[in-house]
Design a binder for this molecule. Structure first.
Ligand SMILES: [Zn+2]
Length: 193
């Protein structure tokens, strides 16, 4: 098997066994409800080089911060320009009104993206090197694995010692599963397939 991130198959890698959860959000007169079903078991690999690069990206987060925040910085700048475009009247008036909104969305985007990156950095810092690598490998896998199946969102339950030790109720809580789906997942995970 090859690394899901770089497609290289010659490097040692972390392999993850996951169970797919397909969730369909339905909005009707009664508000929103979900239909949920289990998909297949999948095996994905992330190589040690990609995992290590991902850990470094968070431990020295300047580049990652820039990449995550740039779209919001641009939005805030556009917003500022629109807000200050006081000389252009009429046609621009409606557009100008959007200026402060764009600034607001941009700034709050920068704040929330930075928080996410720095929070992950702190988590990885606290961990041993091996745990940090495995966590980053798993997060990379989540980033690269399919997220949609037709209109369904795909999420994943990792199959490992920790999740195998959980009850159906705990699985439901942690992975946002409906009770029946969670019971079935619990059974399947313990059966193997
Ligand atoms: Zn790789």
């Amino acid at each position: 098997m090859s690394c899901l991130e770089c497609k290289n198959s010659s490097l040692p890698s972390y392999s993850f066994r996951v169970l797919e959860v397909h969730t369909l959000h339905i909005r009707d007169f009664n508000g929103e409800r979900i239909i949920q079903a289990l998909g297949d078991f999948r095996n994905y690999e992330i190589c040690t080089a990609c995992a290590s690069e991902e850990v470094q990206a968070f431990l020295f987060p300047a580049k990652r911060l820039m990449a995550k925040c740039l779209p919001f910085v641009s939005l805030a700048v556009v917003g500022l320009v629109l807000t200050m475009a006081l000389t252009l009247r009429d046609v621009m008036a409606a557009l100008r009104a959007l200026g402060p909104l764009a600034v607001l969305v941009g700034v709050s985007g920068v704040v929330s993206e930075s928080r996410k990156v720095l929070r992950e950095r702190d988590v990885l810092r606290e961990m041993g090197r091996d745990d940090a690598l495995e966590r980053s490998a798993y997060n990379l896998m989540l980033k690269d694995a399919p997220r949609k199946y037709n209109d369904n969102d795909i999420t994943y339950i990792p199959v490992n010692a920790r999740t195998l030790g959980m009850t159906a109720v705990e699985l439901a809580g942690e992975y946002g599963l409906l009770p029946a789906v969670s019971r079935k997942a619990h059974t399947l995970m313990h059966e193997g397939e």
